[in-house]
Design a protein around this ligand. Structure first.
Ligand code: C2E
Ligand code: CA
Ligand code: CA
Ligand code: CA
Length: 280
């Protein structure tokens, strides 16, 4: 038993060592990625389930590493957040997305709205970065309705006062706020009462485990009813099957996102889709 114990300690420390080295390498490469423009954005359409039109999309970052290929945001965003590199990356994201959405609105879709994911770190220091973004829209003649900000519900539970003031400023300027991954965090109904929220995104784990008469389906229905009474629009994430789409549509869910409806698209492909939508 003793020998086994020692082995498992050895095993864990080896793991921690390789994890640590991997992490150090990502940090080093991330700094290079920022200066060498290895990032690009993809846009996943958000579909209006009642008429299948598309006037919204979520912007998602991609990292094309010169040797390692495509790296998932799940593997680098948390590291970027922990090291503070997220500030610089987010600055790039905001400029890239707002530039595209301005052009697309002027050219193809007047009421296009692109939502941008934000990290909790960005709400520290009175949300300096985000409030600066908001202010820059006016100078650049971008309608605040062109963008929405996605936040996770965990953020609303931390630093209440600081976060409230940042979100209030965002909404006062006419930018929509979405709660991402709804139902997976420190979920509390009190924030739905205390904050003015525009969209609530049902986490894909509920949508994907849903079948006609189980608890996930009941939770989805309940979230949709509650949101509608609070005047909040619902976006269901991770729709992969016709049954899921049908169930959610019947339950009164207004918007859907997922591989069944549309994949995340590189900007040129998203633009083609906007052209098709225009002809509808
Ligand atoms: P998220 O914000 O919840 O984004 C939705 C994720 O679900 C995306 O993964 C999307 O590609 C994926 N997805 C969409 N439809 C389906 C579906 O039908 N089935 C399944 N299984 N997945 C689907 P992605 O792009 O890998 O992003 C993962 C996470 O990384 C995001 O989760 C978000 O938390 C973070 N992230 C991505 N882009 C950004 C960004 O620009 N900024 C920040 N701060 N975080 C980002
Ligand atoms: Ca999101
Ligand atoms: Ca989500
Ligand atoms: Ca997420």
């Amino acid at each position: 038993a003793k020998a086994q114990g020692r082995n498992s300690i050895h095993y864990f420390t080896e793991h921690m060592r390789t994890d640590f080295l991997k992490r150090m390498e990502i940090i080093k490469d991330l700094r290079i990625a920022i200066t060498q423009q290895q990032f690009h954005m993809v846009y996943q359409p958000i579909v209006n389930l009642s008429n299948n039109t598309i006037t919204k999309a979520e912007a998602l970052i991609r990292w094309q590493h010169p040797e390692k290929g495509l790296i998932s945001p799940l593997d680098f965003i948390p590291i970027a957040e922990a090291t503070g590199l997220i500030t610089e990356i987010s600055e790039w994201i905001f400029n890239e997305v707002t530039q595209k959405v301005k052009y697309w609105r002027e050219t193809y879709c007047q009421n296009l709205m692109i939502s941008i994911n934000t990290s909790p770190v960005q709400y520290k220091n009175k949300g300096k970065q985000i409030t600066a973004w908001v202010d820059s829209l006016k100078e650049r003649e971008i309608d605040p309705q062109a963008i929405a900000i996605e936040i996770t519900e965990n953020l609303l539970m931390e630093n209440q006062a600081e976060v409230v003031s940042v979100l209030d400023q965002i909404r006062l300027k006419g930018i929509a706020v979405s709660i991402d991954d709804f139902g997976t965090g420190y979920c509390s109904f009190s924030y739905l009462k205390n904050y003015a929220i525009d969209y609530l995104k049902i986490d894909k784990s509920f949508v994907q485990n849903m079948s006609a008469d189980n608890k996930d389906a009941a939770l989805c229905e309940a979230i949709i009813v509650m949101a509608s009474k609070l005047n909040i629009d619902v976006i269901a994430e991770g729709i992969e099957t016709d049954q899921q789409k049908e169930f959610l549509t019947k339950a009164g869910c207004r918007y859907g996102q997922g591989y069944l409806l549309a994949m995340p698209l590189v900007k040129d492909d998203f633009e083609q889709l906007l052209i098709k939508e225009q002809k509808k």
